[in-house]
Design a protein around this ligand. Structure first.
Ligand code: NDP
Length: 375
């Protein structure tokens, strides 16, 4: 069922890189894996803003957001944001290239780019409204990237940016943890065996926190090897009662949702500015369902209700989402080169095998990251 065909719908009339073409995987309508189309004739992107760079992509990863966006998740909000990028062209979102992170080499820079020059090896995680990284080239803003860790290959490096930046937003910007204050903080990370969890455990251990995590049986050894102090096997143990028994967390990171939010704020320390941070938010699905104004209003109402339900004894309930952050990537690159964080790669696929990589990520039981080798 995985067909490879050329998109026939007209592309947005963006200025192309001197009319050049590139290899890419793209979709021409939302749907399942059968919509992924490999082409050697996608329009190569070109720099539109003085702070943009053109990147040759060597490797990229596949994240759950890619499989969701393939199905149309977030299209209402993202199309509104795309207007800002593509409005001169008046284009639609199709053909759409998925993929949110990469490791690669700078090919060209806009005139206001000061920190990078052609030939630099960089990594990045880019805004969801941009054309993606499952292609030979992409355009990035200089605030979305940093120099890549010198100690990693491109394939290894590509496994980290999206999950690393999301974790940074959730635990540092929203959760308030820093290298200086994380020492001995009690941090609970749900879903420790996935792409995000394997990074989050390592970041918190690098900063001296005490880490508790949840995962299924076969991943217990993996999360322990990353430094997790307490591991709860959600397949064989009652997660809620186990966590209640050892409760008193400073920060809880929840990328899973389901029942977890219903008992989480009670696990936090009292009167210590403790925080439950969830990455499972209804904003994009609400805007898809109700349109932008009503979707935002419905989300704000649900957020408000959860805050009120969650606030007690100085604890708080917070939402977090991926926001590009080149500065954070610079700090993470240093942690990697210092040997504090290492990539956890489940499987590497060739560029031709990209639909298989999507299928694997859609299985939702990754052990670390799924990476695509492109060059
Ligand atoms: P992965 O697919 O790599 O990992 C998902 C992990 O979740 C698996 O390892 C699985 O482990 C684990 N899991 C599933 N159910 C449970 C459970 N009940 N308890 C504990 N662990 C569980 O995804 P990522 O790590 O990259 O991302 C995780 C989630 O984070 C995404 O699905 C998305 O919802 C969210 N996210 C949100 C972002 C945002 O901007 N809001 C950005 C990035 C991610 P096992 O096999 O052991 O069950």
């Amino acid at each position: 069922l995985l067909r490879r065909r050329f998109c026939t719908k007209s592309a947005p009339k963006v200025k192309t890189r001197m009319g050049k073409q590139m290899g890419a995987w793209q979709i021409c309508q939302y749907g399942g894996n059968e919509e992924l189309t490999q082409t050697t004739a996608a329009r190569a992107p070109s720099i539109q803003k003085p702070t943009d760079l053109l990147i040759e992509i060597h490797a990229a990863s596949v994240n759950p957001i890619d499989t969701l966006m393939r199905g149309g998740y977030g299209k209402t909000m993202l199309n509104m944001l795309r207007q800002g990028l593509w409005n001169q062209a008046g284009g639609t979102e199709f053909p759409l290239i998925l993929g949110r992170d990469f490791s690669g080499v700078v090919m060209e820079t806009g005139k206001d780019v000061t920190r990078y020059k052609p030939g630099d090896e960089v990594w990045g995680a880019i805004a969801a409204q941009r054309q993606g990284t499952h292609a030979q080239y992409c355009i990035v803003g200089q605030s979305e990237i940093s120099h890549k860790p010198k100690s990693l290959s491109h394939v290894e490096a590509a496994s980290l940016p999206y999950v690393a930046v999301t974790t940074w937003t959730a635990l540092c910007q929203v959760g308030g943890l820093t290298q200086k204050n994380a020492q001995n903080q009690r941090v609970l990370i749900h879903g420790g065996s996935g792409g995000l969890g394997t990074f989050a455990i390592q970041l918190m251990k690098a900063w001296g926190a005490e880490v508790t995590t949840t995962c299924s049986t076969d991943a217990v050894g993996l999360v322990q090897s990353l430094g997790a102090d307490v591991v709860i096997d959600y397949k064989t143990q009652d997660v809620q009662s186990e966590l209640q028994r050892i409760s008193g967390f400073d920060v809880i990171l929840d990328p899973i949702g389901g029942k977890i939010p219903t008992f989480s704020t009670d696990l936090l320390k009292s009167w210590r500015n403790s925080k439950y941070v969830t990455l499972v938010t209804p904003v994009l699905s609400n805007t898809d369902k109700f349109g932008i104004p009503l979707g935002l209003f419905t989300s704000a109402t649900s957020f408000g209700t959860n805050i009120i339900k969650g606030i007690s004894n100085g604890r708080s309930y917070r939402w977090a989402l991926f926001i590009p952050n080149g500065n954070a990537l610079g700090q993470i690159a240093k942690l990697v080169d210092d040997g504090k964080i290492e990539p956890v790669i489940d499987k590497v696929f060739t560029f031709d095998q990209l639909p298989d990589a999507f299928q694997k990520v859609e299985g939702k039981h990754g052990r670390g990251k799924t990476v695509i080798s492109i060059k």
